[in-house]
Design a protein around this ligand. Sequence first.
Ligand SMILES: *[C@@H]1O[C@H](CO)[C@@H](O)[C@H](O)[C@H]1NC(C)=O
Ligand SMILES: *[C@@H]1O[C@H](CO)[C@@H](O)[C@H](O)[C@H]1NC(C)=O
Length: 209
Amino acid sequence: MNFPLLLFVSLFCSLTWTQDYDSNPETGTIETQSCFPDMCNLLKEFGAMREKLGAMETRLRDSESQILELKGKENNTVVFSVANGGNGAVGPFDAHTTLIYRTVMTNIGNAYSPVTGIFAAPTAGIYYFTFYYHAGGDHPVNLSLFKNNEVVVGTSDHRSLNDGADNGGNAVFVQLQKGDQVFVRLHANTHVWGDDYSTTFSGFLVNQV
Ligand SMILES: *[C@@H]1O[C@H](CO)[C@@H](O)[C@H](O)[C@H]1NC(C)=O
Ligand SMILES: *[C@@H]1O[C@H](CO)[C@@H](O)[C@H](O)[C@H]1NC(C)=O
């Protein structure tokens, strides 16, 4: 029983007919015998109920903060789909080149930069990436999906004179830490076709970890 309740009990009991002048209203001390037994039991029960109510309030507050936390996670949508843009071959170049996909179709969360071609994970989690290409058959194609400095997956095609064009791609689930960078590199002396819909790079956050 906490102090205000004790005070309430003492006040209530002193109002009953069997007033006990020994009880001290200043300190709130009380003798249980001084009030009607029924009334005192009622007050005890009331005290127990208040305690239960207090515990329930605490649990409710915990649940509320958990819901808010989940809502925050829910809100963390990261999705992008971009295409090379332009209208012609990209490459071949003498050196490895990060492909910059300039045509942005979707970029929720702005984690992909159409200026650098780099996707930077805004949050730790499992991400899914795809990259498809279209290319003329007169040069080889070799694209790699990088996570920071390491190649995760690639797609390539040899030079051939008997097919006019090639299409290929790859996809992968990658676990990223916040700030990890993912991008597609066009290897030296290879090429792809650039337009608004053929050579694309997409990704999304599957789940926060
Ligand atoms: C999601 O984020 C937006 C903008 O940051 C905010 O206005 C909105 O209340 C959030 N929604 C939830 C369910 O938290
Ligand atoms: C593509 O480039 C990677 C990395 O440089 C290399 O290991 C691989 O052999 C290349 N593939 C082809 C088909 O040239």
